[in-house]
Design a protein around this ligand. Sequence first.
Ligand code: GLA
Length: 695
Amino acid sequence: MPHLLFEPHQRLWLLRTPATSYAVRLDEDDNVRHVHWGAALTPAQARELAERTPPAGSSFDGTAGAEELAGEGGARFGPPGLQVRFADGTRGVEWRYAGHDDEDGHLRIHLDDRHYPLRVTLHYRVYEDSDVIERWTTVENRDERLPITVQRCDSASWTLPRRRDYRVSHLVGGWNSEFQLRRAGVPVAETVFTSRRGMTSHHANPWLALDDGTAGEEHGEVWSTALAWSGSWRITLHRDPAGRTTWTGGHGHEGLTWSLAPGETLDTPVFAGVFTTGGFGAASRAWHAYVGRHVLAHPGEPRPVLYNSWEATGFDVDEAGQAALVARAARLGVELFVVDDGWFGGRVSDRAGLGDWTPNPDRFPHGLRPLSAEVHRLGMLFGLWVEPEMVNPDSDLYRAHPDWVLHMAHRDRTEMRHQLVLNLARPDTCEWAHAWLDRLVDEHDIDFLKWDANRPFTEAGWPGHPDPDRLWIEHTRSVYQIIDRLRADHPGLRIEACAGGGGRADLGILARTDQVWTSDNTDAVDRIGIQHGFSQLFPAQVMGAWVTDSPNVATARETPLRFRFHVAMAGALGVGGDLTSWTEDELKEAAEMVATYKRVRPAVQHGTAYRLAGDGALTAVGYAHEDQFVVLAWCPSRPFGHEPGPLRLAALDPDATYRDQDTGATYSGAVLMRSGLPLSLPKGDHASVLVHLAR
Ligand code: GLA
């Protein structure tokens, strides 16, 4: 069965993924109207549904709720996904269908304005191996003389079937507390999820999951969407009094405009969506598989165990200090050594030097090559921290190019962490950033970059530019372009996305980086919640997780080394403590933990993830991979007499026997799934266990 069917009589398109269907149709007035997003439909069922979909203008409160990209104009009163103004002052659009084409699962529906030279193309892409549907929009000014002002152009609007109630799951947080999962009823209102920061943000993530209030981790209908964009964004969820629930979203926040020059086209980022009947767990697994198959460039590659110097040395970075850490990291079995902030220019604190990207000669008298050579000699890869989008005013770069930063005439330049944002929308700034990065990677044999961005945009102006707002989008595009060029020219280079921790985690950045620094908060107890939220959309493979010192630098909480390791082993394991102060016993235990991680890494990084427990005292995840099943369970504290019961596993063969690779105990698959795995948690707080089962 092809993934795309067109029914010319009804002007109906039916898109099919392995387990779901999506249908839209053209109304008599050439509006593209939503018909269905959910369980798989036959063509006859889709036709029946399309007949029942009310035509445009038939409802008292407008038609915006059910359009594929809600425009402005006519009796539309909901939140618009497309707002344009033509040179003569006319606003809104009236459509004339201009044909469609499809190729390899990619459907394009072309719409022209009936009077003005505006073309909009709605894109849909489906895959044979995923229930995720990708959607985006292109707007094109086909006039030869006049610009068109684009006030809003979303990637897509999504529509749910009518149900009595809906609930939304979303992620909130802040620096050191990213990815906190929240679930709340959808009010009869317009609810805005947004970032106005120029970054994806710590505070909200452009991922949502909707259900009718009855879904659980492993059952129930869930509709989930995620925007592939790493700058400002906005998603407006609208439940109207008549019970329609829709959301529309795309890049840019409210109030930004884009002057579309004659002949110019604006492409929006992908806004992807997935439907499942298997609850939040199945939705996450569908996202994880999609990220592996269609987003990441190197999904099959194991993420190396890394060491990062930040919590150990802060800004006190020099060759001898790093070399001492290198030696200890190698003993632990670390595979990638990353020197963090402080290696360049006058960067001895966060007050100066950002922008001056040459090794500090006092700290590295012979440059970085000796250190990089030593790291390579010990069999590890060499990584370096960079923050290419930012500058300290106290830097040679800023003194030479004060006009390169985002700024506005007659306004203060707001500093955050003593730094300003470079306007990478400027071609000269973008070229400069690419040139030094390219040279740096070449000259120092760099295998890995941690690409950081530590502050949001403020005074985001571009004096002298006729259309300054476009920097909000062009800046992010330049970041993408620089990374894309670096990766093309240095095929071995791997990149970690960071923005003061998890401030830039999204499907857009993951299409060009390999992992995300999840949070600057490395406290293992706090991390359990952060990782739970992160896992809603992102696979373990991209979740950077370090084991650091105890007491933790952020929370002062003391936890055993084993607990810290077990929490970090649920992602791409790293170590970030001051190894020079670890005892011989700790180093020995850490080396054993790293070895165990390498043994279970194929399951954690390439398996299928199940959130096995997450309420109350115990949190547990399981990873199924080929004939293996790995369990990580954490119990920060429990009252006397309340030991967690057996943990029910998933995705096993009920008829098979599974052996614990460490203790030799055996269990039947059926018992593990129905009754559960008895957990032998050590006594006391911060108890944890790893169980590695093999069939
Ligand atoms: C950010 C990152 C940290 C570290 C510092 C360095 O906060 O998230 O991991 O790299 O910058 O200044």
